[in-house]
Design a protein around this ligand. Structure first.
Ligand SMILES: C[S@@+](CC[C@H](N)C(=O)[O-])C[C@H]1O[C@@H](n2cnc3c(N)ncnc32)[C@H](O)[C@@H]1O
Length: 259
């Protein structure tokens, strides 16, 4: 399953992941990030792994200058179309997150965000660290990085045993999710089967993804090693307390203190 992230993010996986989060949930997520940043003036923001651009768009609607970066062409197409319809001057770039600095000037951004669990996808953990280093390069000194990802200890609780569940995401669109945690490698494995019975001809998508998970201390150590100091942690993206032992997600606000 090398580089699974190059093929997994298709329109139908996008629909399952993003459609129910459009509108109010996304606005609440962005509001929480801006509240934690406590900065009022317009910022230049990098939305790393922006997907269909749902956060980029709301950041721009709040007066910020935004660049979205993602690897999936089909998501970028949706993002560009929506930003165009809303007349928002957002630039969307196709790139691999571990090569971020190739696409921007040094210290170009005030803030970078990696939202909704877009981290830990690489086969080699060193590439996860590289991604953070790349973000640091394009951030101004004292700039901020907000990263939301799975919390390793919470994953051990939630995926103590393999899970297998199915539900109807939207009318006649069904999803079966099988997942387990490799406790030795601390890497999640998930198989998604999406059955789309909305048209005359039913179609089935099958895709798998894997993700390295990090404990809160490991995330903090990685960020510090890359030149950040930790400012704050909360749990799920739209706000809420973080419990190091049980929270499924960790959202960390870090500030760049050295290159
Ligand atoms: C879970 S989605 C989150 C998208 C977006 N942040 C959101 O919340 O709507 C993860 C995103 O990471 C992107 N991605 C995966 N691997 C990537 C890589 N190596 N470089 C850039 N983007 C990548 C995918 O295409 C997908 O859009």
């Amino acid at each position: 399953m090398k580089d699974w992230w190059k093929d997994f993010f298709k329109p139908v996986t996008g629909e399952v992941m993003f459609k129910s989060r459009a509108g109010k949930p996304t606005r609440l997520e962005v509001e929480e990030v801006l509240k934690q940043l406590r900065i009022k003036h317009p910022l230049k923001i990098l939305d790393l792994c922006c997907g269909e651009g749902r956060h980029s768009i709301v950041f721009a609607q709040n007066g910020h200058k935004v660049v979205g970066l993602d690897y999936a062409n089909n998501f970028l197409k949706v993002a560009r179309k929506e930003a165009g319809q809303l007349k928002l001057p957002i630039k969307f770039i196709k790139a691999d997150m571990k090569q971020t600095s190739r696409y921007f000037k040094k210290e170009e951004f005030d803030v970078a965000v990696s939202l909704y669990n877009s981290f830990g996808y690489f086969d080699k953990r060193s590439d996860d660290f590289k991604t953070i280093k790349e973000v640091s390069k394009v951030l101004k000194s004292n700039g901020y990085f907000v990263i939301n990802t799975i919390n390793g200890s919470g994953a051990k609780v939630r995926l103590k045993n393999p899970i297998s569940m199915g539900h109807e995401v939207f009318k006649n669109l069904f999803m079966i999710d099988k997942a387990y945690l490799d406790f030795k490698k601390m890497r999640t494995h998930a198989d998604w089967t999406i059955i789309d019975a909305r048209k005359k001809k039913t179609s089935i998508f099958r895709g798998s993804f894997q993700q390295n998970v990090y404990s809160h201390n490991e995330m903090k150590d990685m960020l510090k090693k890359a030149g950040f100091k930790i400012v704050k942690t909360w749990g799920v993206l739209h706000g809420g307390a973080f419990d190091e032992r049980t929270s499924w997600h960790q959202t960390i606000l870090a500030q760049k203190i050295r290159s």
